[in-house]
Design a protein. Structure first.
Length: 217
């Protein structure tokens, strides 16, 4: 038996097991920077376990990673799986002979980039002023991208301002299907009305990993 045949049998086994214990999920494949859930690619039964196959352990709030019991034949990296009334996941791992890795999304985000300053030459100190942001992913006033946002990261303190709250760090994950190159200084807004500034972003073969700081008045 060669590797391709083995992989197809593994995925077929996942699919048969999911038919027994999984729920029906819509599969979405983002085709642009707008609404990533605009068109249903297909439907598949899927079940998710907390990085083990016994289905006996609950997941923890700081662990968004799940093993996806689903036929991976039709899936690609960065696809979204969503169950009506349930959770949304994106595919972060389709490695040969290994479990399919999925990341659970707990928020919806929009990413914008401030307009570049128009001044030239030696302009000295500058900061963000009133401007129109360009949307990198998501639709202004419309659909955003499901993402994982986790508390924890570098925090900026303001001890010299007693009435000011600290700006806490967060770790944000987006699928590789996001058709942009994220940069430090880009702004992320979520569906709770919170805003974050990207301090650094890394594109791996699994996902976008972003260090961001919440900003507020």
């Amino acid at each position: 038996m060669d590797a391709a045949t083995l992989q197809s049998r593994i995925y077929a086994g996942y699919g048969k097991a999911a038919q027994r214990i999984g729920y029906v999920h819509n599969v979405y494949r983002p085709s642009g920077a707008g609404n990533p859930l605009a068109t249903v690619l297909t439907t598949l039964n899927a079940a998710f376990s907390a990085q083990e196959w016994t289905f006996t352990r609950p997941n923890l709030p700081d662990k968004p990673y799940w093993y996806a019991l689903v036929d991976g034949t039709l899936l690609q990296m960065g696809d979204y799986l969503q169950r009506a009334g349930g959770s949304t996941y994106f595919i972060a791992g389709l490695q040969s002979e290994l479990p399919i890795l999925a990341v659970e999304c707990n928020r919806t985000v929009w990413v914008t980039r401030p307009a570049a300053p128009s001044a030239v030459g030696n302009v000295g100190y500058s900061g963000q002023c009133d401007h129109v942001d360009s949307y990198l992913i998501g639709v202004s006033g419309g659909a955003g991208w499901p993402a994982s946002i986790l508390f924890g990261g570098k925090t900026r303190t303001h001890a010299e301002l007693p009435a000011s709250g600290d700006e806490h760090g967060f770790r944000i994950m987006l699928p590789v299907s996001a058709p942009v190159t994220l940069q430090a200084g880009d702004t992320i807004a979520d569906d709770l009305g919170r805003r974050y500034i990207i301090g650094g972003a890394e594109l791996t073969d699994q996902m976008w990993r972003i260090d961001a700081t919440e900003v507020h008045a």
